[in-house]
Design a protein around this ligand. Structure first.
Ligand code: HEM
Length: 121
């Protein structure tokens, strides 16, 4: 699986040209540079939201399921602080926190199965 980067608005904003064009759609970041000339709606609409959030434009058109599938092939990262959307690719730190949560719960379970100390006294 491709590892996704967490990108800030400031970082994304640097990729705002026809030669280097990133777009945010629903909290995810896509590199549409190579795709732009082939976009059925024209390259210009993509460049008009280069480096910024194009969610409204994307959704207003009511893009097809195929368009959405194509979009996912260009996924490079998630917007910093974006809400969780589906399909969700958890960043590495989330996996870590899930593991530590599990560890905490198994420790709690283990402790709760032990006889209380006062019974041993
Ligand atoms: C990388 C992201 C995008 C992909 C993969 C994509 C893909 C497509 C595809 C496959 C179509 C043909 C119709 C369909 O299958 O729905 C289409 C049409 C279109 N798209 Fe996009 N699109 C993207 C982003 C955007 C954005 C951000 C905008 C506007 C800000 C936009 C505006 C349009 C327009 C205006 C059409 C033409 C609709 C028509 O002429 O009937 N697209 N797009």
């Amino acid at each position: 699986m491709v590892s996704l980067q967490i990108l800030s608005l400031a970082e994304i904003a640097k990729h705002n040209t026809a030669e280097d064009c990133w777009i945010i759609i629903e909290g995810k970041v896509y590199d549409v540079t190579k795709y732009a000339p082939d976009h059925p709606g024209g390259a210009e609409v993509l460049f008009s939201v280069a480096g910024v959030d194009g969610t409204d434009g994307f959704n207003d058109i009511g893009h097809s399921t195929d368009a959405r599938k194509e979009l996912e092939t260009m996924l490079i990262g998630t917007l910093e602080g974006a809400p969780v959307t589906w399909p969700y690719h958890p960043p590495p730190y989330m996996k870590l926190s899930t593991d530590s949560t599990r560890l905490l719960f198994s420790m709690k379970r283990l402790l709760s199965t032990q006889r209380p100390i006062r019974d041993l006294l």
